[in-house]
Design a protein around this ligand. Structure first.
Ligand code: SAH
Length: 221
């Protein structure tokens, strides 16, 4: 990756990125760690070149295979909710790697990041991206994330980037004591962001903003 490509020019420049950060702050994101990472991370390298000029708009964009890169505000919000857990985040699982942008944000804040994706074409693209960008604390797996990723459990945090109608039990069971799950739950018509904290064998759920994620689908392709 050459330096100019990383830094961006024109619509992908640092100034454009700074404007996005200002908007995230206006909308209520106040975790400075999250804002600092998103200010540095070149989102335009995670979308198709034809869409690069729109990478710093606060919107979701298509990434192929009927999927989208999440809106920056939502990435910031979910990351902030995860990082504000009482338990320090040492090991985190993400479900739904997609183009890898959310994964990359996490990898700058958490020592060990695991991510699973059910569409192999997306996973392979992301694998290549992380290699080029030299992000080497991320482990990826092609799999149906409803089952989590048992081999590396328990996780201090789990962040789910697609919406199931009901929280998968495996994810709850793979949380460490004191761990936190951040997940959108509901149908395509009505979803909300939930935070679930594990205390021993009890789970405490808090409901946040209404959101609109692609559905969590079973199986892998
Ligand atoms: N974090 C991503 C968001 C991608 S959209 C980003 O920043 O780009 C959500 C992703 O979840 C899609 O790529 C979709 O294929 C994936 N997904 C849906 N159901 C899944 C499942 N059961 N297991 C793993 N990934 C799943």
């Amino acid at each position: 990756m050459i330096a100019s490509e990383l830094k961006g020019i024109g619509m992908t420049s640092q100034r454009t990125r700074d404007r996005l950060i200002a908007r995230l702050r206006e909308r209520g994101i106040d975790d400075m760690r999250v804002l600092a990472v998103m200010r540095e991370l070149p989102r335009h390298l995670f979308v198709d070149e034809a869409l690069a000029s729109r990478a710093y708009e606060d919107t979701a964009l298509p990434i192929g295979h009927g999927q989208t890169i999440s809106q920056p505000f939502i990435v910031a919000r979910m990351t902030e909710l995860l990082m504000q857990s009482a338990k320090p985040m040492d090991k985190v699982l993400e479900v739904g790697t997609g183009c890898g942008y959310q994964t990359a944000v996490l990898s700058r804040l958490v020592p060990r990041v695991f991510s699973v994706e059910r569409i192999s074409a997306l996973l392979n693209q992301s694998r290549e991206r992380f290699y080029k960008l030299k992000f080497n604390n991320i482990r990826l797996k092609h799999s149906d994330g409803s089952w989590g990723w048992q081999e590396n459990a328990p996780y201090d945090g789990i962040l789910v980037a697609c919406a199931p109608e009901k929280v998968p039990e495996s994810l709850l069971l793979q949380l460490a004591p004191g761990g936190r799950l951040v997940i959108p739950v509901g149908t395509q018509a009505k979803q909300s962001l939930r935070v679930i904290d594990r205390n021993g064998d009890t789970f405490e759920e808090t409901e946040y903003d209404a959101v609109s994620f692609v559905p969590l689908l079973g199986g892998q392709i």
